[in-house]
Design a protein around this ligand. Sequence first.
Ligand code: UDX
Length: 438
Amino acid sequence: MNKVTIIGLGYVGLSLAAFLGTKTNVVGVDSNSERISILERGKSYFYEPKLEYYLKKSMNKGLKFEHEVSSNTLSSDFVFVTVGTPINNDKIDLRNIKNVIQKISELLSNVKQCPSIVIKSTVIPGTTDQIIKPILSEYGLKEYIDFNLLTNPEFLKEGSAMHDTVFPHVIVIGGSNEKPIKKLVNFYNCVYPKKQKIIQTNNITAEVIKYANNSFLATKLSFINSIANLCQRLPGTNVDKIAEVIGMDPRIGNQFLRAGPGYGGSCFPKDVQALISFANSVGYKPDLLDAVKRTNLDQITSVLNLIKNNLKTLEGKRITILGSAFKENTDDIREAPALSIIDALTTLGATITAYDPEAMATARTIFGDAIQLEKTNYAAIENADGLLLLTEWQAFRNPNFERLKIMMRNPVIFDGRNIFDPVHLRQMGFNYYGIGRK
Ligand code: UDX
């Protein structure tokens, strides 16, 4: 049985630990002791479907948690590094990963084994070879003797992190030598069914793949939001129909074509920005990515204009926000469209009542008492002058519209995710506004 250490227990590291723990010997390390004590009770400190199920299953098989890297934890076959790489002043912040690599380097001289250090965190191209490897060398450690160094970008989505970890559409392994790459390929071949697609390449190509993947998806979203904005000016058009048909072209594909308030979350905004900054730093001006980013920011303005044009003034108006998470099935509100939209609406004088099935606690940490957080969608809708839906939770799809109409002061719905049926709602007497559904 292989011994695996996973350093950094966020969405990527914890999902990986919860899955690999069902297959092999795993230790998860995170410097946040509070999180470790929650995990030791078999609980997750964030909402993610199926995560606790796998966590418990793995813990029954021996998954352990520690809050510090030690020589013992490094005596592993594979040390996956899954710490966060946030953005700071428009550039990727590598402090967490550098600290972890330094710590590993200090301890590695006491370790007999030659572990494969596998960089799973998203890092700008060149980081593994030009920043991480030199740190290990500074400590006198020799590649292939004291350590192997590989890149293995992660493509999981929040909200389906467990599913994506158990059934990855592809596994990418970057490295500079065939032997350690093969070792990781063999490990994955034991963990996953034989038909698992595994791509081998060098470190820098693997790093670019991750950015290219996310930037392409972000481009698709900004594209469909541009078409939605065009539709907004063309009575009779419907962006959903357009997306449905262009998505039938196999060259385009039908995913990531839902118009909305723009992409958010901990990856797309950060990764697009990091790639723009990186491209500029190597002398290439990525005009397309600049436009993708700008279009996404403008989408917030488009949603606000929809509301302003229809309610005239927001002063003293009571607006209900359904959904503060950046998408469904997560309690993550990082870079969620709801954050800037709520800020703008309150600045314009509106009072906000909000509800999200899972993201209330995280919303409270950001907004405190500045907005009213309710326990149900109906409580949030009471006496509203307008309802703005921002997250496409299943639970929001079929409310009792008769009840809503009676409860609202002014029956106007701004459907930021195009999940309601405009014809039906207009027949019921609602003023309905979607995105690109003129
Ligand atoms: C993304 C990538 O999908 C994943 O591969 C990578 O590893 C991390 O970043 P995630 O941020 O969890 O995953 O969410 P994702 O489901 O990709 O959605 C990103 C954003 O796009 C969300 O704000 C979502 O609401 C928005 N989106 C997605 C749309 O507005 N329309 C769509 O059709 C799809």
